[in-house]
Write a protein that binds this ligand. Sequence first.
Ligand code: HEC
Length: 181
Amino acid sequence: MSRPTKPKPSGGRESFLIFMVVGCGILATLSMNSLTTPPAEQHDAGGTQAAVPSAPPLVEQQPDKPIALVDVPLATGEEPLDKLFVQSGCAVCHTIPGIGPAQGRQGPKLVLGTNGPTRLADPNYHGTAESVREYIQESILSPGTYIVPGYSDRVMPRWYGKRLNAKSLDRIAHYLEGLEE
Ligand code: HEC
């Protein structure tokens, strides 16, 4: 099939339409390209700064897979406790005694020394934890297992198992199990 690229001077209504369609396609492709091409070196304001070196990747990037937010670790586990709770996001949703910045109200106040045994004794508890420590770990790694009465499911993130390292998890659980009210 021959595709005319120019409208014929006469009698070419149909070929003119084809020309328009092809032309628009080319224009659209060109403008898409210019949109997706990053502007070159626009950050050199005033010429005072040399090119800013880009930050090293936080995690090793697999060539075939772009880094997703959930792959980036939240905390190293070495930071002071209050920082650990802030950096892990817990402080946004939970009030945690002894952790100043943790005044959140979306989730229950974390006093697991007091509430942990109550949760385990609840007939609606169908998880596998046998100690308060395990209950805390389960609550973090698998928040849907038991929903604290009066609170919503699916509010607490499901990705902690991927983003909290073992040391962080351990220190968090150790601290929380000691909190009483
Ligand atoms: C976006 C809000 C949000 C964040 C962030 C969040 N949680 Fe929660 N969490 C909740 C809610 C809501 C509940 C109650 C519903 C449920 O049981 O899933 C809950 C329940 C819990 C429980 C069970 C409490 C109890 O009294 O039985 C624990 C333990 C817990 N969260 C720990 C954490 C820790 C530790 C972090 C940080 C690593 C964290 N949460 C981050 C919202 C959040």
